[in-house]
Write a protein that binds this ligand. Structure first.
Ligand SMILES: [Zn+2]
Length: 91
């Protein structure tokens, strides 16, 4: 798995965090399951890149689906690193 790049704004080492969300959608068989929300955050300047849910997602019709082979952690790292590279280009 890729290493986290430093914050594009202050150069600090960011933190990869995850928190659990309990699903409350009714009418779904997996009602009540816990899903994991991944995000990368710089505690020094407060920049955050997140919103990556492992395994589950909502369709446009708000039906809950299971995403096969989805790695929320890897996606969060990838998105953070991409942004770090983009911001450095701008600077
Ligand atoms: Zn920062």
């Amino acid at each position: 798995m890729a290493e986290l790049k430093p914050c594009p704004f202050c150069g600090s080492k960011p933190m990869l965090t995850n928190s659990s969300l309990k699903l409350t959608t009714s009418g779904e068989r997996i009602y009540g399951d816990i899903i994991t929300y991944w995000s990368v955050r710089c505690n020094n300047c407060g920049v955050e890149k997140g919103g990556f849910l492992s395994e589950y997602f909502f369709t446009r019709e708000e039906t809950l689906k299971i995403r096969e082979n989805y790695n929320g952690k890897a996606k969060a790292i990838e998105a953070w690193n991409r942004r770090a590279i983009d911001e450095q280009k701008v600077l």
